[in-house]
Ligand binder design. Structure first.
Ligand SMILES: [Zn+2]
Length: 371
């Protein structure tokens, strides 16, 4: 393992923050895999899973079983990890400006299209090399200023030329679920199956350029812009949600790390034979079919269904109780699907997102992710 820590530029004088990157295997010897945890810094399950991966990858490297390179960033957001306000940890939004740490990653496709468009041909391997070089050059031309801009730039620089990218998150209370681009569904189906995921949410654009799509979408966009050229989806990326924020245990982290290693073995990044992919794999559904349950008025949230349950249209998902008037509002599902995530707080102000149901029918448009 090669351990590197890069100082984050732009911090306040006297304040030093570093981004630690762990590298396993040999660059260029095979596929490159990039894994990061905790871009939303208060999502701790990924941090523990990354710790387990670190131990396993160290042993696999010593055994000579890593075919290529695996880059692991165990703490992807050291800025967010420091953020506390009145004793409460805030790791999702940048306290400097309120921005979501997993949005607004650089969109490089216009510059890359301009640079390589006339040189793309029928040789897919050559095209991948050409596009990767252009992606790296376009990113290198960007001039980040704030510490968070530098952090995003550094993370994307590590990931932009990877074959496979896993961005590990969690929800508030949830079962394991994944987000990925629609045409990458088959590529990540084995990972979903090894993890026992209960939902896999697909879109060709989620909106606001989250990290995984900053890696994966340029390939899809270039395919659309240059339909005559042979362009594979060479940057497979997924946002992996490892249950809820309190689902932190040695057993879960170890099982999740093992599932990720099985997936990497299945893909040939780790030498050896992977266990058969479980057949209980999840059926992917459109992100545009994910129903957000919203509180129409303030009240105490009393959930009537557990995460992971299949629900039907009309099912009561929660009771919302106004403790002053005594009035009760029933929150019902308006779709059939899997209740894959819900909020952790039990008092809702009006408009609060209470939960999400993975339905099969597309009905939403525009920006599809939670704020
Ligand atoms: Zn997250």
């Amino acid at each position: 393992m090669r351990h590197e820590t890069f100082p984050l530029p732009g911090t306040t004088p006297g304040v030093s923050i570093g981004l630690t990157v762990l590298r396993f295997g040999l660059p260029g010897a095979g596929p490159k895999v990039y894994i990061q945890a905790g871009l939303h810094a208060d999502e701790t399950p990924g941090h523990l899973t990354a710790h387990c991966l670190r131990g396993h990858l160290t042993a696999l490297e010593e055994a000579g079983r890593i075919e290529g390179e695996i880059v692991l960033v165990p703490v992807a957001n050291p800025i967010g990890l420091t953020q506390r306000l009145n004793g409460v940890f805030h790791g999702r939004f940048d306290m400097a400006d309120g921005g979501n740490f997993n949005r607004a990653f650089p969109d490089l496709v216009d510059e890359v299209a301009e640079a390589v468009g006339s040189r793309l041909g029928q040789d897919g391997v050559a095209n991948v090399a050409l596009i990767r070089t252009a992606l790296k050059e376009a990113l290198a031309r960007r001039k980040p200023v704030s510490p968070t801009e530098h952090l995003k730039h550094m993370l994307l620089t590590e990931a932009i030329d990877a074959d496979v990218v896993l961005d590990i998150h969690c929800d508030s209370e949830a079962v394991v679920h994944l987000y990925t681009l629609t045409p990458q569904s088959d590529d990540f189906a084995p990972l979903a199956a090894y993890l026992g995921a209960k939902a896999m949410l697909l879109a060709t654009e989620s909106g606001d350029n989250p990290f995984d799509e900053a890696v994966s979408r340029p390939w899809l966009q270039l395919q659309e812009r240059f339909p005559q050229a042979a362009i594979p989806l060479a940057g497979l990326a997924t946002t992996l949600e490892l249950r809820g924020e309190s689902d932190v245990s040695d057993a879960l982290a170890e099982a999740d790390a093992q599932a990720i290693l099985n997936f990497l073995t299945h893909r040939g990044v780790i030498a050896g034979s992977a266990p058969p992919v479980p057949e209980t794999g999840v059926k992917p559904t459109p992100l545009a079919g994910s129903e957000p349950l919203t509180a129409p008025r303030p009240g105490i949230v009393v959930f009537q269904r557990e995460t992971g349950e299949r629900v039907e249209t009309g099912d009561v998902m929660a009771r919302l109780l106004d403790p002053v008037s005594g009035e009760e509002t029933l929150i019902r599902s308006s779709t059939d699907g899997v209740f894959y995530a819900r909020c952790s707080g039990r008092f809702a102000h009006a408009g609060k997102r209470l939960g999400k149901i993975a339905g099969t029918e597309t009905f939403r448009h525009g920006k599809l992710l939670s704020p």
